[in-house]
Design a protein around this ligand. Structure first.
Ligand code: NAD
Ligand code: MN
Length: 357
């Protein structure tokens, strides 16, 4: 039997609520499957750790995490600590430290759910957004001069390297090639941003030559938001920069029903470091501790993690169990239902144990 070593970092806010639910579901799945086991070690990194130690995670944390097959992550962010401190101190430190340069965000309308778009049949919305996850607008470059003075200038420099763009473009074309429709939309803003974004357009055209089986088109990011709303069925696989794809994928999640269902894989495709799996939502202070957070994003994320580990069957069974539950109308408030986190979790575990999934 294969045993996978999982580092869980529940983090802040609703992170521990949804990751706890996800671990219960994974446990049920492994017991039912019998073919694999998960050896989970929890790390208390996050805002509480910061309040005690002044850092989000200790020195040497990456060295410790390196030994795991995957990282299962909740969320970071607390009302009393600046968001850039928590984000850079933990999540981005792991993504960049482990060269998880491909952020993969599937979106589709799960069984029984509706898109808020009036003219969108569930089958019309089946997308994967690939987010460049290592450079671009989140390269961390920039600075402030004359701080606090009227003449203050702040720069936020987006860095795009040919190597960085080429590797995400190749990843996105290959992913598009593996999907039934084999279509890729390359999103940029090359009318206004005439250096980095023009490099994206050039590298896209060069990469496309190696993937003749993939059809592709280009969109400016502002026009892309309109296309997502008016012509969802025209979209299949999407690749965009760190910032653009961050925004587009929140919109995508909302168009599929709720931000509470959407998953993310931060993938290190070369597999020389662990990849990290997390729901796309944040720590959601407004609902923390109420027991009403939607755990589906954490379940879908767990399914992505199983697929990455090579347990594709278990990954499929997990999503089938989730969709039995959404189809049965057992939903949290963000999806218009009244079920609690615990009720949705119990229903998914039932579906797994009943073997109905
Ligand atoms: P958010 O995703 O936490 O919340 C946005 C809205 O969606 C809130 O109304 C929230 O209640 C709702 N929501 C989110 N997840 C839900 C779920 N599972 N079930 C039901 N409703 C859900 O975004 P925000 O409010 O912009 O950010 C809150 C904090 O989270 C900030 O500190 C931010 O920096 C952080 N954040 C972290 C990550 C991450 O760790 N990857 C991502 C986004 C935001
Ligand atoms: Mn985001």
């Amino acid at each position: 039997m294969k045993t996978y070593r999982i580092a869980s970092i529940p983090g802040d806010g609703i992170g521990p609520e949804v990751i706890g639910a996800g671990l219960d579901v994974l446990d049920a799945l492994a017991r039912r499957d019998g073919g694999f086991a998960l050896d989970v070690k929890a790390f208390d990194y996050g805002s509480d750790y910061y309040r005690r130690h002044g850092v989000m995670m200790p020195d040497g944390a990456l060295e410790r995490l390196k030994a795991f097959d995957a990282i299962y992550f909740g969320a970071v962010g607390a009302p009393d600590i600046a968001d850039h401190v928590t984000l850079w101190g933990l999540r981005l430190a792991i993504c960049q430290g482990f060269d998880q340069y491909a952020n993969v965000r599937p979106t589709r309308v799960l069984r029984g759910l509706d898109s808020p778009l009036r003219a969108c049949a569930p089958a019309d919305l089946d997308w994967v957004i690939v987010r460049e996850n290592s450079e671009g607008e989140y390269a961390g470059q920039g600075g402030r001069s004359h701080r606090g003075h009227a003449e203050e200038v702040a720069t936020e420099v987006a860095i795009f390297t040919r190597a960085g763009v080429a590797r995400i473009m190749r990843f996105a074309f290959a992913l598009a090639a593996s999907r039934p429709r084999r279509h890729l939309t390359v999103v940029t803003k090359s009318n206004a941003q005439r250096h980095g974004m023009v490099l994206w357009d050039e590298v896209a055209a060069e990469t496309a030559r190696d993937f003749p089986e993939v059809t592709w088109d280009k969109m400016l990011v502002d026009a892309m938001t309109v296309r997502m709303v008016h012509a969802p069925a025209s979209i299949d696989t999407v690749v965009a920069t760190n910032l653009h794809a961050d925004i587009l994928s929140d919109l995508a999640a909302a168009l599929a029903g709720s931000i509470g269902i959407a998953p993310t894989a931060n993938v290190n495709p070369e597999r020389n470091y662990p990849s990290m799996f997390e729901p796309i939502h944040g720590s959601a202070f407004d609902i923390t501790g109420k027991g009403i957070a939607n755990p589906v994003g954490a379940f879908w994320t767990a399914s992505q993690m199983l697929e990455h580990l090579g347990e594709a069957d278990a990954a499929r069974r997990l999503m089938a169990a989730v969709e039995r539950v959404t189809a049965a109308g057992i939903r949290t408030r963000d999806l218009g239902g009244d079920a609690t986190t615990a009720e949705v979790t119990a229903a998914v575990i039932d579906a797994i144990e009943g073997g109905n999934a």
